[in-house]
Write a protein that binds this ligand. Sequence first.
Ligand SMILES: [Ca+2]
Ligand SMILES: [Ca+2]
Ligand SMILES: [Ca+2]
Length: 464
Amino acid sequence: MEGFDNKNLLQQQAATGIADPSLSPSNTGTSASQSKGSSLQDAALERSLNAVLAPDEQQSVGSVPDDHNHAPVTNVNFQLHVALDQVANAKELDQSKVVKETSFRDNLGAKGDFINPKGGTNVVIGSGDSDIIRGTGRGFNTITTGTGKDTIILGKETTNRIFDFDPANDRFVLQGINPKNIIIAQGKNPGKGGLNQPLDSVNNTLIIDKKTEHILASLTFVNSSSINESHFATDTREAELSLKNIKELGFKNQKGNGNIEGTTGRDRLIGGDGNDFIYVGDDGFSFNTAKGGGGTEFPFKTDSPGTSELTPTLKDGVLSVSGSYKDFDGFPLFSQGEREIDPNAKILSGANPQALIDGFLKVPKDVEGNLLSGTHLHFSPSEDSRGSFADATVVRFFENTPIDAKSGTIKGEFELTPEEQAALLAGNMYINIHSNIDGDKNGKAGFPTGENRLNFNQNVVQFA
Ligand SMILES: [Ca+2]
Ligand SMILES: [Ca+2]
Ligand SMILES: [Ca+2]
């Protein structure tokens, strides 16, 4: 505890308005032993922080209620709250180990962006450098931070789904939330569903506001044991004041509603109260070629000699993929008009063959109307630093055209939603090439559960 009376300082602050940063209390005021008093202090601090934000970032007083408001603020179907007995490995923060943020300015990379999507259901795709993303607008944000050392500012009643939180580089700053109310936990929900997997998926780390059970952040494909006090700092007036006049540092300022696209330089990108898509821009990244084969498929390794290569591009929201496969044991699934599994095909999941094929046939086309094939786009990473995950939910169907019994070409062109673009750039998409039918009659008829898996993972996505 520092040697001053926090209550008096907060009153002082209120009286002086925007104070000299050197006089501002970098103190979140948690000394009060009575929770009511500390809660009032938290609310005062929150108002005080709000007051020093740039005018285009300030939240109106009416939208900053002190009490938890369960009214729907987003149009998403996600469950934004979770009971603490419904999560695993829940732990609190040791407040004495949570530092105070002193300067956001110092944490912005030479080509990093400052982004605030404000309210609504937003998608944010950051840059290859160190960005600061304010996720405090009381809505629902899907965030891909890109590479660099990124900072996500968390605020009350706001859920941030982060597709690529990297515990080695990224961190949080708490704006108006007392660190004593933070819970870090692992989700327990086994539910799948592609990008719609529940926020409390067993694959995700949750950052929860204990007071309200609101999910402040859901970190997809992150193990909660890798998150601790070192990933948190508390916001201060001093830190907020460091963001004043960043235009002087060469930040290009853009604000508005809807789509906002950054440049390859420093950007300050501020959304509106509605749903925004704040995007790094098509020249903010590139892709390497993804390669499949070699017995690396997850979750079902094969002994196929088959290999495959696919190269993606993303331009104006359109994902184009082209590539090829060779030395496969079977034809691409469904390429021969078949309705049954070849008795010589290997079903590595142990599923009943007819049930497996009937399950596929139940989805005759994808959301864009692409017709059923046995080559699928899925959501989940593998073969990068995060480990291996799988989800059978089909995101899109590719066109797979055999050249002969063992080889062929693959292509696809899909209009991705902003969320899907965020998932792709987070390295969270993969392709499974399912196969079936012994074309060359050598007794091997492929793998209906997938002969090759190609990962558009973080080794394939390259931020500029
Ligand atoms: Ca918005
Ligand atoms: Ca970044
Ligand atoms: Ca930029």
